[in-house]
Design a binder for this molecule. Structure first.
Ligand SMILES: [Zn+2]
Length: 272
């Protein structure tokens, strides 16, 4: 085992060291009886899975478990190791081991699966006439999808709920995304841009600058113009009745910071 069992895992395994140790021992006994094996390295989660799958059956297996409760006088032991374990207990251990293997296979499959591209979810309801919807990508950075690992998607309860967690729906004024617009806007924000709006959740030039700076690693200075949001480009296209821009494959792909204006020197010309 490569990692020490942390406090949380020990609590989940039943608390004190002797209880945890007893449960792990019982699980290992069940593993021996069904001829199972352990992975070469085990995380605390693997230990917990092993205990959950095998301990109940394993606790009933030691020979003393037959003797102690009834205090029967047993004169001879079984002819071979673990020969006294009845079929019902063995079957319970085999079923536990089957669950354990299935879990390992699933974990392996998830580890090998590529990342999942999560696009914004379907709108929970249609917007009212006072609000205009912008769909397809993040209203700020314009990214079309957010990448999660397959394991994260499964932990979130599947792709549908992962998409709900990865995206936030916000209703904002047009001016907050850099465009004067008579209606309120309903836009999606990717998790990175939603984080950049800070604890107030307000969207405005400083949130846009924070999101851009975090995504590109470029610093915001006094001379840095506020980046153009993707939603502003969409609105510009709508106003001009042009085709709307596609969302981006990567965040802020639609925006390049303009080169700073270099002032031409007006100092004295060097005399020859
Ligand atoms: Zn974004």
């Amino acid at each position: 085992m490569t990692e020490a069992l942390d406090e949380r895992t020990r609590q989940r395994l039943g608390g004190g060291p002797s209880v945890v140790s007893g449960r792990i021992t019982a699980a290992l006994i069940a593993l021996v009886v069904v001829g199972g094996d352990l992975p070469r390295t085990m995380t605390p989660d693997d230990v917990r899975d092993l205990v959950e799958a095998m301990t109940t059956a394993g606790a009933a297996m030691p020979w003393q478990a037959l003797v102690v409760p009834t205090l029967r006088i047993v004169t001879t032991g079984p002819a071979r190791s673990w020969g006294h374990v009845d079929e019902e207990t063995r079957q319970a251990a085999r079923e536990g081991y089957g669950r354990l293997l299935a879990k390992r296979v699933r974990a392996q499959r998830l580890a090998e699966a590529g990342p999942v591209a999560l696009t914004p979810p379907e709108r929970p309801r249609a917007v009212s006439g006072l609000v205009e919807a912008i769909d397809g990508g993040c209203g700020m950075c314009g990214v079309a999808s957010v990448s999660w690992s397959a394991a994260e998607v499964e932990a979130a309860g599947g792709e549908r709920s992962a998409r709900m967690s990865a995206w936030e729906l916000r209703t904002v004024e047009g001016s907050s995304i850099g465009r004067r617009w008579p209606k309120l806007l309903s836009i999606w924000l990717c998790s990175a841009c939603a984080d950049a709006t800070g604890w107030t959740g307000s969207l405005g030039p400083s949130a846009v600058e924070r999101a851009w700076s975090k995504a590109t690693g470029e610093e915001v200075t006094l001379e840095t113009p506020t980046p153009t949001t993707w939603a502003a480009l969409v609105l510009r296209a709508r106003r001009a009745e042009r085709e709307e821009p596609e969302p981006n494959a990567a965040s802020w792909q639609h925006y390049t910071r303009p080169e700073p204006v270099v002032e031409v020197g007006t100092g004295p010309v060097e005399a020859r």
